[in-house]
Design a protein around this ligand. Structure first.
Ligand SMILES: [Zn+2]
Length: 355
């Protein structure tokens, strides 16, 4: 039965029952029947449906079904329900492919997520979060340097990072969820890198801090503090800016952003949190930021966005070890078989090199 999967794919495509029916040459009512498993489309309708929805027909029969549990959204009232629905559908689709791939391996080469050692049972002040961020860095052997590729780092730790591109207007604000017991963080491919990284680190904060915060602490604030401290630790920040300052040049914040992938605004906030600048100096600079409209778009070159190659790497590795065949690999990557065949032979890469 394909009902649930059809419903999801239709949500992901943002099509009404009527619009989808028109593409497939059936009535809206018939689409409704398919979605309620009261009727099953024949093969020609199924092909039209998959074309209209941009999925392969195999999608409707994928064996693994996962559910999104315990979703945490960053609070943002402007996130429209329609966008959320499409994000959910895309996330479930990607998570299912991930699960299917994982289940095909006798021993999946990615370890389960485990909490780092030494997390305190109870956190009473936001300042304690500095030590927690430093502790995570040291238990993950990250030192005090910038983290060049945060997505890779999280995926290697058993956190599934899903990058979704369904949100053209960037209304979506990131989410963290559990899918089949696996922690998942979702970010948008349409954001600049510093926003992706802050969201990833913020959602990591939720995973680590949940249930440990004193009732007086706001979890969102705590996760923001964690994100800043994790991306740009206090020690290098003090080394670069000094212990106390009466003024900061905006360019100093820009250079920190380019080095650590933390937005200028977040670096400024962090300078206040660490006591490098006073709340009054911070306020003054916040006013300067908003006068220059840097709240909307920060000046200069944007920090480059992150990408994820882990899924593709694992598909090719499974192919290389004959765990799967070419057609399953193409299906998992979501590519027509012919195109996959060419990609596999690196023909596209040669064509680019010849130009
Ligand atoms: Zn949050």
């Amino acid at each position: 039965m394909i009902g649930e999967r059809l419903k999801r794919a239709r949500a992901a495509a943002g099509l009404s029952m009527l619009a989808l029916g028109q593409h497939a040459g059936v009535s809206a009512n018939m689409i409704k029947k398919y979605e309620h498993d009261e009727n099953m489309p024949g093969s020609s309708v199924l092909i039209k449906l998959s074309k209209a929805l941009g999925v392969r027909t195999e999608y409707f029969f994928r064996p693994v079904q996962v559910e999104l549990g315990e979703v945490e959204y960053r609070k943002r009232s402007s996130m429209p329900a329609g966008i959320l629905k499409r994000v959910h559908a895309d996330v479930l689709d990607q998570a299912e492919r991930w699960h299917e791939l994982a289940n095909l391996w006798p021993n999946f080469p990615v370890a389960d997520f485990v909490l780092p050692d030494g997390l305190p049972e109870r956190i009473d002040t936001l300042d304690e979060i500095e030590a927690i961020a430093d502790g995570v860095r040291s238990s993950w052997q990250l030192g005090q340097n910038p983290i060049p590729d945060l997505v890779d780092e999280l995926e290697a730790r058993g956190i599934l990072v899903i990058m979704t591109d369904v949100d053209e207007h960037t209304k979506f604000d990131g989410l963290q969820a559990q899918i089949a017991g696996l922690p998942v963080i979702v970010v948008s491919t349409n954001w600049p890198g510093d926003r992706q990284r802050f969201t990833l680190a913020h959602e990591l904060g939720h995973l680590l801090l949940q249930g440990r915060l004193a009732a007086t602490l706001d979890e969102e604030q705590a996760c923001n503090r964690f994100a800043g401290a994790f991306l740009l630790p206090g020690e290098p920040m003090r080394l670069q800016l000094g212990e106390t300052r009466h003024r900061l040049e905006p360019k100093e914040l820009y250079l920190l952003k380019m080095e650590y992938g933390l937005s200028m605004k977040a670096c400024l906030f962090r300078a206040k949190d660490l006591g490098i600048i006073s709340p009054a100096v911070h306020r003054g600079m916040v006013i300067q930021f908003s006068k220059n409209r840097w709240n909307k778009v920060e000046p200069g070159r944007p920090y480059p966005p992150e990408t994820t190659l882990t899924f593709q790497q694992l598909v090719y590795r499974a192919l290389g070890e004959s765990i799967i065949g070419e057609s399953k690999a193409a299906e998992l990557i979501g590519m027509p078989l012919m195109q996959f065949h060419q990609e596999r032979k690196l023909e596209q890469l040669d064509a680019v090199a010849d130009q």
